[in-house]
Ligand binder design. Sequence first.
Ligand code: PGA
Length: 247
Amino acid sequence: MKVLKASNYDDMSRKVANIISAQVILKPDARLGLATGTTPIGAYKQLINWYEKGDIDFSEVSTYNLDEYRGLGKDDPQSYRYFMDHTFFDHINIDKARTHVPDGTNPDAAAACAAYDKLVKSAGYTDLQLLGIGRNGHIGFNEPSDVFSKGTHCVDLTPSTIEANARLFDKAEDVPRQAYTMGVQTIMHAEMILVAASGADKAEAVRNMIEGPVTPECPASILQLHTNCVVVADDKALSQCTSMASV
Ligand code: PGA
């Protein structure tokens, strides 16, 4: 695990965007695993800016998002498909047919998850998987548990995740209680993993991810075992880490 220190959110966003941009320049038909949430918004804005300047071409890129709320479709402003379209895809020259998000509208959870898993696997998994980290150490919607998950599956969101995501909804009751998410094993198949973290509310999770034992109680801790994992975190997110050397 390589840890890159950023001075603040904007610096973190530029570093993350630089790494994604390098991936697309080196491999124009790259398969990018993408994430939603507040953390990657600045990186997506930076990538849009470089696209507008003619520095990046997304025409051959394919994307695979980590997760989607169960029951929400592309027209629902709270869905992750809507987020990706409006925050990123609608502003770059990506072929929408190559952008993938689990199908939250399929009420058959087993079928929706199996189809998504098959899709990601048959594509050969991702070249680069971007991840945020939850305050409880979750990656995607893989919540703390007593086992690491494998393929795409339906999860019950924990109270802490519902509370963290409530800020994006009118009322906490509106936050869906379930989601379809890539499993930890699927995420670990990525050639490279890029974790972005910003802010003091992530400091404990970031410490557990980098310095804690590898345990499903902190799903992100498994990333210590990935052979090509880069963490870009700002000062506040790294404030509880005791060692800042690459580990
Ligand atoms: P955030 O979410 O970027 O909105 O903090 C990250 C996550 O929960 O994975």
